[in-house]
Design a protein. Structure first.
Length: 241
């Protein structure tokens, strides 16, 4: 509560790059907590926020901040790339998410395709019918939905063909494991191939080396995100990037 009240939460953006051209295709907004002059790792505070329910308040703050920043870019005559924000399972049940997101777009006079929504694949394993209904309603309202963390332990290949989505984000650990063993590399290749056949673009998170980048390009992965291109950046640095 004090962190939100004191403006300690901020967002960074990690660029997403189209592999074929090197063009910046978008970015992912990632929350950071500045406390007593230090950045606290999300790995430390996000699980606590999820357990206590405060994740909703912080997510809502990030959504509002990103929308306001996009509006500021437009007012300065800068055409922004689409930026994705994270939506937790808790958000879907605690908010009337569709009306909330529609209201945000109206408030800042944005297009829904400038403000992308990431929903983790694990959210679909609990009360999936309600979540799928909400996702369908968001897509009908013009929002693009990315399935986040695919391959993190809950997924099946059947999920790709049944879930409503506009992009598939490959989990960082799934990615890293794929380059350790040949059988895992084949699995990654198969997932990208299935997504391609369904005309669903793939985004690979956690790309750190040229070897990974070129292998993903050979597999037909569309967009990459990771330290190989850039760490998450404050909004001003992202604009320069």
């Amino acid at each position: 509560k004090h962190g939100l009240a004191n403006g300690e939460f901020i967002f960074y953006i990690q660029p997403q790059v189209f592999e074929k051209t090197g063009q910046i295709m978008g970015g992912e907004a990632l929350v950071r907590w500045q406390h007593d002059g230090h950045l606290i790792s999300p790995g430390r505070f996000i699980p606590v926020l999820e357990k206590t329910g405060y994740i909703c308040a912080v997510d809502c703050f990030v959504w509002q901040s990103v929308a306001q920043w996009l509006r500021d870019l437009l007012d300065r005559g800068i055409t922004p790339v689409p930026v994705s924000v994270n939506v937790s399972r808790v958000d879907i049940f605690d908010y009337d998410l569709v009306d909330h997101m529609k209201g945000l777009i109206r408030e800042f006079d944005l297009s829904p395709d400038e403000f992308l929504l990431e929903i983790t694949e694990s959210a679909y394993t609990q009360d999936s019918a309600q979540i799928i209904n909400t996702v369908n309603a968001l897509r009908e309202a013009g929002f693009h939905i990315e399935i986040d963390d695919f391959g993190s332990g809950y997924s099946s290949l059947n999920m790709i063909s049944t879930l409503p989505m506009d992009a598939l984000k490959l989990d960082m650990e799934f990615m890293h494991n794929a380059f350790k063993e040949r059988k895992n590399t084949k699995m990654l290749d198969a997932v990208i191939d299935i997504a391609y056949s369904l005309e669903v673009p793939t985004i690979a998170e956690g790309v750190e080396t040229a070897e990974q980048m070129f292998a993903l390009k050979e597999m037909g992965c569309d967009i990459v995100q990771g330290f190989y291109f850039s760490r998450p950046l404050p909004p001003e640095a992202f604009e320069r990037f």
